[in-house]
Design a protein around this ligand. Structure first.
Ligand code: PRX
Length: 653
């Protein structure tokens, strides 16, 4: 084994118990929740629902489960916006800041709970004036401005379901999502700031809405001040119709199972899936997990770097934090604008105590260099979170040392758009951490491994991750496609929800997520996960980031093609290719050596930061590039493809 491979293994085997100082203040340090959940899961969730949520009418049945259809807290009536706003103001907390918002150009706002309630009520009244009624769908296409959470809450207040489309999506993607949802109103803006430039939201929305027969009105927020065309009779300015509304808008009592929102998630077939989330169960579980996993304290200043256009933003910028009366920080723009210190400057400015971000961001920060953090006081931080993909132990340790100063527990949170809330994660006041492991299912969550035949595996083992019992914030279906809902999640392993992720559980019961099982390669009949090889590559000191795909090969079935971003200052060379191949061979075994390695400056990623393996696969096969509208920078693929073709053969054996 190479020195680096040994180092990587040693990192994984290091354990990090919570410090005495952290435990002394932590909200949960024992296993009472697990004991209660194991004894009676329904009673456990009913307790959480009563403890965390204010109900207009109590529920009479905790859960009706008729696979694959769940109904939670049946008979209960509540309003999500009431739970996020009114009850806190009524309890005397109207002056507490709900959001510190930092605009990309440097402007800033502090919005209290009382102000947020007033603005949400005005917007809700304006939406009613535009014809929105209970049961309608409203599409939202905005940048990270305070009006974005307000728009979600205003819909929830009047019982309309929102469908947020991330502000980086193209006109075609927006059009398809609006048409699938059948939305009546679109809320958008003139533009969104991104790296000092303007993303022309209204122009893109106009192109989309031209082919959206269901849209009756478009509400337009002024943010960037660029010139936009307004269509008479259809488009109205936010500043013309919202501020003059009454701040009195009684929250609509909603059934626990009424639709709260749709959020589209990409599917393997190409057509996005409209994931459905409902009211009572969703709110209960996001509030519970936000409080438990982030060890929420009354004086916390919580900073989640996700975009509200993704599930992380819905659950852990808007609904969970507001239900728990958290003070949060929202940053509008890019982390490298005006320079690569921005994230750290924001933390220092607002004295953030919790940072929740993604491994892809952490690896970017690593690549940019430690000097960007060094000038900043990060001593306010007490807890760090990670979400979205497996975090490699090297990035974990960097996060621990450089950002957390060796004192902040890291909660690696596994969940999905479909699960609505965090499912597998540490409880920071009691869980002994292992770098790279999401640790254990949370109390109330049933998770386990099965083999490809659906046989439950003992521990330790490696297999398919399944969820073994319904949970309150689970998706209720795919909008308009009940059969697809059953086929995608409930048909592969009878009686269990198939998450689509590979997972290893070690002898101590720790869960190690291995990436999507559809990213498993078959090399000469051996199962090798793309994540495993990537993990090995990023364990080499020269590598900042790596993506691996299986391409077809006449002898071995598939061969491994690797795309590698080097750390700054490292020069690409043939000898480095050989060294990296040997390194992977030494870490996993000779069978896992990439057949080709291409050095690149960037990787094609979705707007949420996930590597688009399908595109890399196409590049490595020299096939068609497919639809690139969800790419962060479509040009990246072209440049990778050109270089791949130029190198093809030269690094093949
Ligand atoms: O593969 C898992 C990965 O992200 C997938 C869900 O993606 P999405 O619906 O976009 O939601 C992302 C935000 C929750 C999962 O099937 N994933 C998410 N979190 C982790 C993860 N993989 C490993 N570790 C995680 N902490």
């Amino acid at each position: 084994m190479s020195d680096e491979a040994v180092e990587s293994l040693l990192l994984e085997n290091r354990t990090f118990p919570p410090s005495a100082e952290f435990v002394a203040r932590a909200t949960v340090t024992d296993d009472a929740l697990d004991v209660a959940a194991a004894a009676d899961p329904e009673a456990f969730w009913a307790d959480r629902a009563r403890e965390l949520v204010d109900w207009f009418e109590p529920f009479d049945t905790v859960c009706e489960w008729d696979l694959p259809n769940a109904r939670w807290f049946v008979g209960g009536k509540l309003n999500v916006s009431y739970n996020c706003l009114d009850r806190h103001v009524a309890a005397g907390h109207g002056d507490q800041v709900a959001y510190y918002w930092e605009g990309e150009p440097g402007d800033a706002r502090a919005i209290t709970y009382a102000q947020l309630l007033d603005e949400v009520a005005q917007l809700a009244n304006a939406l009613k004036g535009l014809g929105v009624q209970k049961g309608d769908r409203v599409n939202i296409y905005l940048g990270m401005v305070p009006e974005l959470p307000m728009a979600l809450l205003a819909c929830a207040r009047i019982g309309a379901a929102h469908s947020v489309v991330f502000g980086g999506f193209s006109a075609d993607s927006l059009r398809d999502r609006i048409n699938d949802a059948g939305a009546k109103v679109l809320i958008t803006g003139d533009g969104a700031w991104r790296r000092g430039g303007v993303v022309p939201l209204k122009e893109i929305a106009d192109e989309a809405v031209a082919e959206c027969p269901s849209i009756e009105q478009v509400l337009v927020l002024r943010r960037t001040g660029n010139e936009v065309a307004m269509t008479a009779g259809r488009d109205v300015w936010w500043h013309d119709v919202v501020p003059n509304q009454s701040t009195d808008c009684p929250p609509e009592p909603m059934d626990a199972e009424d639709l709260l929102f749709l959020l589209y998630s990409s599917g393997t077939t190409g057509k996005p899936k409209g994931i459905m989330h409902t009211t009572g169960g969703y709110l209960t579980q996001v509030a519970y997990t936000h409080r438990l996993v982030f060890d929420l304290q009354p004086d916390d200043v919580y900073f989640c770097t996700a975009d509200v256009g993704w599930i992380t933003g819905h659950s852990y910028i808007v609904y969970g934090p507001l239900a728990n009366r958290t003070t949060s920080v929202i940053y509008e723009g890019a982390p490298d604008f005006p320079d690569k210190t921005r994230t750290w400057a924001v933390i220092e400015k607002y004295r953030a105590t919790i940072l929740y971000t993604a491994p892809t961001a952490i690896r970017s920060y690593m690549k940019w260099g430690d000097e960007h953090l060094e000038g900043h006081d990060l001593s306010s931080l007490r807890l760090l979170g990670s979400v979205g993909e497996p975090i490699n132990p090297e990035a974990w340790i960097w996060y621990w040392e450089k950002v957390g100063g060796g004192r902040c527990p890291i909660v690696d949170t596994w969940w999905q758009t479909e699960t609505g809330a965090i499912m597998i994660a540490p409880i920071p006041g009691r869980t002994v951490l292992k770098p790279g492991s999401a640790t254990f299912p949370l109390p109330g969550v049933g998770a386990g491994l099965v083999d490809n035949a659906g046989v439950t595996l003992g521990v330790p083992a490696s297999g398919n991750l399944v969820l073994t019992q319904p949970w309150p914030s689970m998706l209720r279906g795919i909008w308009g496609e009940p059969q697809r809902y059953f086929d995608t999640y409930w048909s592969r392993f009878a009686g269990r929800y198939f998450a689509g992720d590979g997972c290893k559980v070690d002898a101590d019961g720790y869960f190690w997520l291995l990436g999507r099982v559809d990213d498993i390669m078959l090399i000469a009949g051996h199962n090798i996960s793309t994540a495993e090889v990537e993990h090995a590559l990023v364990g080499h000191p020269a590598v900042a980031e790596a993506a691996v795909v299986g391409r077809s090969d006449p002898t071995s079935g598939q061969a491994i093609a690797a795309f590698v971003i080097l750390r700054s200052g490292v020069e690409p060379s043939d000898s480095l290719v050989a060294e990296l191949r040997d390194h992977v061979g030494a870490t996993i075994g000779p069978i896992a050596k990439p057949k080709s390695i291409l050095f690149t400056e960037d990787l094609p990623k979705t707007r949420s930061g996930k590597i688009m393996r399908r595109l890399l696969k196409d590049v490595s096969e020299d096939g068609s590039l497919g639809d690139t509208t969800t790419l962060a920078d479509p040009g990246v693929v072209e440049s990778i493809k050109a270089r791949y073709l130029a190198q093809a053969g030269s690094d093949d054996e």
